[in-house]
Design a binder for this molecule. Structure first.
Ligand code: TRP
Length: 449
């Protein structure tokens, strides 16, 4: 197997976990998970979600880690080195990373704008939900402000990537992930002391099986894959920087535990606030950008809580945009032989253009539609409903059926140094359970059922 001589590797054991958790923990956990869980049966959804994470997410993450560390290449190069016929999976990853960044940068830009307005206090001038709703609508459809903030976010991401794997990605994860946990725990404790918080927690945790349908499993699995950053080669790219003695299984287990913990804590922060204000929990972007600012406003020290909350979102989004940017940068650097600098700038410029179009598609370019969806919504739709489950499906097939099993075993056991007692169970999940369920999700998303 080819090993590049001077390829960067991450430092200690903790670095692998923090960097991968940085990618996983993002807007998916704090913004999307709570309302998806609330809409799909609360505690009942949580149980199904955790089963999906453990039975399906974990095996796929270990599979991606295997591909990355075995090849020590970018997503495309990794498949090319292991089995050239499967390089399409790498291209699917680079394309999906690019398309996800297109809308993810835009939402990240909103969080940055809201953070800055919280700090300056200009978000505290309003009172009614209608006012908060209209400032949000005005803001996202404004022709230049969201583009400016998107650009700001792209540049900060670029700056971290340009510093390199160790000085940029690893150092930022070591700094930002503890910060994220500190903020989240502070907010959770604060939320639980609010009047009416019990009702919020009950809504979030109470199992409501009447809302569980066949498609709940599919919703849970889609959420799990997006939240864990798996299916499209992000973890392949990160694992290509892991050290030979990194324990892939433990790293994957720790990342999934942290990721799930953040999702649950986010619900603990958000729902008590929603219920103590006597507001119906609504879904989507409105929960974080409309409902919450209104609620913060009614609390003592509102500017502080709202600034801290949006800082949390910014931090969570940043470590995820870094990981998506790295997928493309590493590809351009290694496959197109651009310098890392040039590769990073190319990625930055391209995502900036796409992000601008996506942002404008919510305002002045609102007439541009793909199958009835705005550009922004179609980027979300294409990646979450098509590229992600397809990528996950083929990753299972490749690692379960096509990859030389010696390579798989060597990676998982670090060449025999570690024991893996449930290897057979692992292979069974990877070969049968994961691909079949992923295929079902995919068909369901296309409206086959
Ligand atoms: N997991 C991140 C979140 O929860 C988003 C993300 C980063 C992602 N890299 C990814 C999603 C790769 C899918 C695939 O916000």
């Amino acid at each position: 197997m080819h090993h590049s001589q001077n390829r960067a590797t991450l430092g200690g054991k903790l670095s692998a976990v923090l960097v991968a958790a940085g990618s996983s923990v993002g807007l998916g956990n704090i913004w999307r998970f709570p309302y998806v869980a609330g809409d799909n049966g609360g505690g009942a959804f949580l149980v199904i979600y955790i089963l999906c994470v453990l039975l399906l997410g974990l095996p796929v993450m270990v599979a991606e880690f295997t591909i990355g560390r075995a090849s020590q290449r970018n997503a495309v190069g990794a498949y090319r080195a292991l089995n050239p016929r499967w390089s399409f999976l790498g291209y699917n990853g680079v394309l999906a990373a690019f398309l996800i960044l297109g809308f993810y940068f835009v939402v990240s830009g909103w969080t940055a704008e809201y953070m800055i307005h919280s700090v300056t206090g200009s978000l505290a001038h309003f009172t009614t939900p209608e006012e908060y709703s209209s400032i949000f609508e005005n803001f996202i459809s404004n022709p230049w402000r969201p583009v400016l903030y998107t650009g700001l976010f792209v540049l900060v991401t670029h700056f971290v990537i340009a510093l390199g794997v160790q000085k940029g990605i690893e150092r930022s994860a070591k700094l930002l992930m503890p910060l994220l946990f500190a903020i989240l725990i502070t907010l959770a404790i604060h939320a639980m002391t609010m009047p009416g918080s019990i009702e919020g927690l009950r809504f979030f945790f109470k199992p409501d099986f009447s809302k569980v349908t066949a498609s709940t499993i599919l919703v849970a699995l889609g959420q799990a894959f997006f939240s864990l950053s798996i299916g499209i080669g992000t973890m392949v790219t990160y694992a290509s920087y892991f050290k030979p003695d990194t324990n892939l299984r433990h790293t994957a287990l720790n990342v999934t535990i942290l990721d799930t913990l953040v999702a649950v804590l986010a619900g603990v922060v958000i729902f008590p606030a929603v219920f103590s204000a006597g507001i119906e929990p609504s879904s989507g972007p409105s929960l974080v950008f409309i409902t919450l600012p209104g609620i913060f406003n009614t609390m003592p020290l509102s500017m502080v809580w709202s600034s801290v909350f949006f800082l949390l979102l910014v931090v969570a989004a940043l470590t995820s945009t870094i990981s998506l940017h790295e997928v493309i940068t590493a590809y351009l650097h290694e496959e197109w032989r651009l310098s890392r600098r040039a590769a990073a700038w190319t990625t930055t410029a391209a995502t900036m253009v796409l992000g601008t179009v996506a942002s404008l598609s919510l305002g002045v370019l609102g007439g541009w539609k793909i199958c009835g969806l705005s550009i922004f919504d179609s980027l979300d739709y294409i990646t979450a409903n098509i590229l992600l489950p397809l990528g996950g499906f083929f990753t299972c097939i490749f690692v379960g059926w096509r990859l030389d099993q010696q390579i798989l075993k060597a990676q998982i056991t670090n060449n025999g140094a570690l024991k893996f007692r449930i290897y057979r169970l692992y292979i069974f999940l990877l070969r049968y359970v994961c691909p079949i369920i992923l295929l079902l999700i995919f068909l369901d998303n296309l409206g086959i059922f």
